[in-house]
Design a protein around this ligand. Structure first.
Ligand code: HEC
Ligand code: HEC
Ligand code: HEC
Ligand code: HEC
Length: 148
């Protein structure tokens, strides 16, 4: 009797902790938003609309395909860990000639981080599914009119 009661308290506490953990993740990120990094004081392009929830849920892309923390060359980030903005680590702001940066700076270039992640995946998709809606052209991601 006593034991099963303690078990129930334990179970309730467990469920509360779990739901709190999920609520934090859900509250921390909008379903859809425009990507507009603050690192570029004068961006040349319009902000990029992004369907965060659809990517994670409908397209079934793992969080860790986009979010990472590297330790000894391995991505140790896992769901539930805090998420930093890309520009907190990708601090190289070069948007011209970025492909010719020395390797260490190139890895931390913000424009390449976005393009290699977003466009990189979409280009691979296009090979298997030519009629995919995932954009690979500039205007497919950057709305045509120049910003704000
Ligand atoms: C297809 C790529 C992609 C997938 C999949 C993805 N995210 Fe994101 N997420 C992003 C991008 C891009 C941002 C905006 C980052 C920025 O503004 O620098 C973001 C932002 C966030 C933020 C807000 C960070 C902040 O401080 O503004 C959280 C929290 C987050 N994601 C959690 C998750 C979780 C949890 C999952 C899996 C269920 C997930 N994401 C799946 C790309 C993705
Ligand atoms: C906690 C720091 C950190 C955050 C936050 C972070 N990155 Fe990275 N990222 C790195 C590091 C460090 C590397 C280089 C890893 C290595 O040495 O290979 C990297 C590598 C990459 C690469 C592969 C290298 C390349 O240019 O092709 C891509 C793509 C990338 N990040 C995209 C993103 C995107 C998109 C976001 C935001 C959704 C993001 N990163 C957030 C630290 C971070
Ligand atoms: C790992 C793969 C992957 C990554 C990374 C990724 N996407 Fe996608 N994206 C998809 C898939 C899958 C679809 C749906 C394609 C289909 O249904 O034909 C899609 C569709 C889209 C669409 C059109 C449909 C919609 O939901 O709006 C846009 C716009 C888009 N992605 C923008 C982005 C941006 C911006 C980023 C980077 C922040 C990004 N994607 C990163 C896989 C990816
Ligand atoms: C799959 C989506 C995608 C495609 C395709 C794409 N970009 Fe981007 N690009 C992004 C995202 C996301 C950012 C980050 C936007 C921000 O934070 O303002 C970005 C940032 C940039 C930036 C740096 C920020 C600025 O406004 O100056 C430039 C320049 C740029 N892109 C040019 C291009 C050009 C040119 C093309 C075509 C050759 C292209 N992009 C194709 C997603 C894409």
């Amino acid at each position: 009797m006593k034991q099963s009661r303690w078990f129930s308290y334990g179970f309730v506490a467990f469920v509360l902790v779990l739901s709190a953990a999920f609520a934090v993740v859900a509250a921390d990120v909008k379903d859809e938003f425009n990507i507009k990094a603050g690192l570029w004081a004068t961006p040349t392009k319009a902000a990029v609309p992004f369907t965060h929830k659809k990517h994670a849920e409908d397209y079934k892309i793992a969080c860790a395909d986009c979010h990472h923390v590297f330790k000894d060359g391995k991505n140790v980030w896992k769901e539930g860990d805090p998420v930093q903005k890309c520009e907190e680590c990708h601090t190289n702001a070069e948007v011209q000639g970025e492909a010719k940066l020395p390797p260490e700076e190139k890895k931390l270039n913000l424009k390449l981080a976005f393009h290699n992640n977003c466009q990189g995946c979409h280009k691979k998709l296009k090979k298997d599914k030519p009629d995919t809606t995932a954009p690979i052209t500039c205007t497919g991601c950057h709305p045509a009119e120049k910003k704000e």
